[in-house]
Design a protein. Structure first.
Length: 382
């Protein structure tokens, strides 16, 4: 037999307040929307529905669970309805509402961290009527709904058959009252709220990621229905940068290098973030489609003990000369030990020309997929 007192972790002498307190604590913890077990939630709510009702509790104490379950089952509401009713509507149980403001920041600012001065437009409680929308108790109970905020209407389904339906009251906008003529607050036009601008200094930590939310308690707009201020959420949005792209904690960039420097090496001045110049020691041959890694020049990430940095990944585009002299051509042939085939006649030669497009138009059904080309890259470690 179920022990309802044990389920709520109370004793048989617990009063009404102790029963409510026990249910509130366990219901929030086990509610499915909070990651709890639906089975456990239903068990707890059923225990509360019986023990919180004087008649049911008396019957349970005398005859046990099976008797109460059999005789009162038809009148029981669902566990979720019971929960909503207990907390005066499920919305009051949900986390506090928020006012969201997007803050656009550059990759330079993310890399080094920055303090941003921002101005937020928000609605605040009207000082003329204290957020009520009227002055001097100038309201009267809504005649349409009798103050219930909902109207009960009768709808004829078929001749002689009627159905009662409940609908929100439009006469009072679900407030339950209407404002008497002459008592309207002119400062807020009876809305209860007015517009306001607030200035804030927001500390953006270096390495912050897009989508990071900074919460400022009670700094959002005034919630006229809940009679409280929302929390203000500052949501970071990264501005697109044409030269540098962040992927996790690594930074990717495309750079150009001439063929002679790609082959012979050089000191390459790279214009980095925040106008910093990195002098890269190019001491390896740069080949097409090979990615170069500059260790430790990616985004910073603060850990418990230190700050770790990602890497800077460079894709060098090699600039080939448009033409070379005969002497340069001969020098290259000697340098690369160039050999020509000689088993052909002049009539067999076929001329070439530049194609108008920079890449192949790959068809999805071709054996060679474009993705295969894109994935065929390697990293050269420095």
């Amino acid at each position: 037999m179920k022990d309802l007192y044990e389920i709520l972790e109370i004793n048989k002498n617990s009063n009404e307040g102790e029963i409510k307190k026990a249910y509130r604590k366990k219901a929030i913890k086990t509610h499915p929307d909070k990651g709890g077990s639906e089975k456990e939630f239903k068990k707890i709510t059923e225990a509360y529905s019986i023990l919180s009702d004087k008649n049911k509790r008396k019957e349970y104490d005398l005859y046990g669970y099976d008797y109460v379950n059999k005789n009162f089952n038809e009148s029981n509401i669902s566990p979720f309805e019971m929960f909503n009713e207990f907390f005066s509507g499920f919305n009051s149980y949900k986390k506090k509402e928020c006012t969201v403001h997007k803050l656009y920041i550059s990759i330079d600012e993310i890399y080094s961290g920055v303090i941003k001065n921002i101005t937020i437009n928000r609605d605040i409680k009207c000082t003329g009527c204290n957020g009520l929308g009227y002055i001097n108790e100038g309201i009267t109970t809504c005649k349409a709904c009798g103050g219930n905020k909902f109207k009960v209407m009768t709808k004829e389904l078929i001749p002689g058959m009627f159905q009662q339906i409940t609908a929100p009251c439009n006469d009072c906008s679900m407030k339950g009252y209407t404002i008497k003529s002459g008592f309207e607050c002119k400062k807020c036009n009876s809305t209860g709220i007015i517009s306001n601008k607030d200035n804030y200094k927001i500390n953006i930590k270096k390495g912050s990621k897009e989508g990071t939310e900074i919460s400022l308690k009670d700094k959002g707009s005034y919630n006229i229905n809940k009679k409280e201020y929302n929390d203000l959420i500052i949501k970071l949005q990264e501005i697109k940068n044409d030269n540098f792209i962040r992927k996790s904690n690594d930074i990717y960039t495309n750079q150009t290098i001439t063929l002679d420097k790609a082959l012979c090496g050089c000191i390459y001045p790279l214009q980095f973030l925040n106008n910093q110049i990195l002098y890269l020691n190019i001491n390896k041959i740069i080949k097409p489609d090979i990615l170069i890694k500059v260790k430790g020049y990616g985004m910073p990430e603060k850990t418990e003990n230190t700050t770790l940095y990602g890497d800077l990944i460079i894709n060098f585009k090699i600039l080939f000369p448009n033409k070379i002299t005969s002497k340069q051509k001969d020098d290259f042939k000697k340098l690369f030990k160039h050999e020509e085939i000689d088993d052909y006649s002049k009539e067999m030669l076929v001329d070439i020309d530049y194609y108008t497009h920079s890449s192949f138009d790959m068809d999805e059904n071709e054996d060679l997929e474009k993705s295969d080309l894109e994935n065929n890259v390697q990293c050269v470690h420095q």
